[in-house]
Design a protein around this ligand. Structure first.
Ligand SMILES: Nc1nc2c(ncn2[C@@H]2O[C@H](COP(=O)(O)OP(=O)(O)OP(=O)(O)O)[C@@H](O)[C@H]2O)c(=O)[nH]1
Ligand SMILES: [Mg+2]
Length: 232
């Protein structure tokens, strides 16, 4: 563990409706094994993964990647904004068997970007997806429960009107209960690693401050008090 604190860190928030599988996903990413009993997330849980930026190249460097798993319960909407400061990357999670959870990703993105405006989640956050055409803050869209979404209909639904396309985001689908879905060298593992590389690149190798980074970092105002849990 010597030198552990010497790693630079990046902050990625993981948002989406309650029950879509955010905690299961984060656990799989950070521990390489399924979480048999995730339970509801109250507030926020932060897990860490050491990511090798540009692995296998002379530029390789390890970064401390924090994954902020935000509880999706609508009853905590007013207090979540305290977690949205200084965000370097966003993982939007939806359940492939639940179309509504995909539609709600627009609202989640709106909530993150408009974190200082108190609005009801169901009545009106909005954002312009074209804001993201230049990918100021890298976004990854993850569809969970691929094991349950086996029918053609569900697959078609999952592909239609994708927020990932609108935002120019990366996208992947998986079964969070199957560690093979993120096994080294698999398509999803490569996509995830590329996403972490992109976030790291924007955070540490881009001299220009991203437009929305300033927006996200703008205020430290707290609108509530929430407990933070660490699962380790
Ligand atoms: N079959 C299947 N079940 C999954 C998958 N991902 C998550 N689940 C299950 O879905 C339920 C909810 O998962 P969580 O990870 O707790 O969901 P969450 O998004 O963290 O929910 P909140 O903490 O309430 O916001 C759990 O019973 C998980 O085991 C998946 O890919 N396939
Ligand atoms: Mg959770």
């Amino acid at each position: 563990m010597a030198g552990f604190q010497a790693y630079d860190k990046i902050k990625i928030i993981v948002v989406g409706d309650s029950g879509v599988g955010k905690t299961s996903l984060v656990h799989l990413i950070c521990h390489n094994e399924p979480n048999s009993n995730p339970g509801y997330t109250i507030g926020c849980s932060v897990e860490v993964k050491l990511h090798d930026y540009k692995a296998g190249t002379p530029s390789e460097k390890t970064y401390f990647t924090e994954l902020w798993d935000i509880g999706g319960s609508s009853s905590h909407q007013n207090s979540r904004s305290i977690f949205y400061n200084n965000v370097n990357g966003i993982i939007l999670v939806h359940d492939l068997t639940n179309r509504k959870s995909h539609q709600n990703l627009r609202r989640w993105l709106g909530e993150v970007l408009n974190k200082n405006d108190a609005k009801d989640f169901n009545s009106g956050y909005d954002f312009d997806p074209e804001q993201f055409a230049g990918n100021q803050i890298p976004i990854l869209v993850v569809g969970t429960k691929a094991d349950l979404a086996q029918t053609l209909r569900e697959k078609v639904i999952s592909r239609s009107s994708s927020i990932a396309e609108e935002c120019g985001a990366d996208e992947m689908n998986l079964d969070c209960n199957d560690c093979k879905c993120l096994s080294p060298g698999s398509t999803n593992a490569v996509k995830l690693s590329r996403f972490f590389d992109k976030v790291t690149e924007r955070r540490f190798y881009s001299h220009q401050m991203p437009q929305n980074q300033g927006h996200l970092a703008h205020t430290e105002r707290r609108r509530g008090h929430m407990k933070m849990f660490h699962n380790d």
